[in-house]
Design a protein around this ligand. Sequence first.
Ligand code: FEO
Length: 169
Amino acid sequence: MLSKKIEDAFNEQLNKELFSAYLYLSMSSWCDSQNLGGMAQWMRLQAQEELQHAMKFYDFVLDRDGRVSLSQVDTPKRDWDLPLTVFDEAYDHEKMITNSINDLVNLSFEEKDHAAVAFLQWFVTEQVEEEATVQRIADKLRMVEGDKVATLMLDNELSQRTQAGDEAE
Ligand code: FEO
């Protein structure tokens, strides 16, 4: 059985993961509008991965005899000026998610909920990869800034990602 504090915090994280999916889908549609199909594909798969993260929290709350509470998902931003801004903002978003996961770990220790601590370890590891991958793409975009051919080559590289768990980076 989950404590009320853990149940509320996990439901909040479920909402954050759903918002992440929404944000990355919006980023995907913007990339598509700029004819950057590889980046659009990468972000679309990232959105799917975030849905998987959301469902991990959903299932954990249910498995622990908690109550899932779905709340309104915020409207994501719709427009960006450059692909670099998209990936820089995705990196900032992942850093926010990492802090949020760390807060959940701290809360789980305070509540002496060992199952929650164990469950969250997957996310602690995952966030290292999430941050590193998106930062690498942002750094490459910074290197090729203003070079359309190099940007298209990078776009092509990102189109190699074929599934949600695969980063193509
Ligand atoms: Fe669910 Fe990108 O962290």
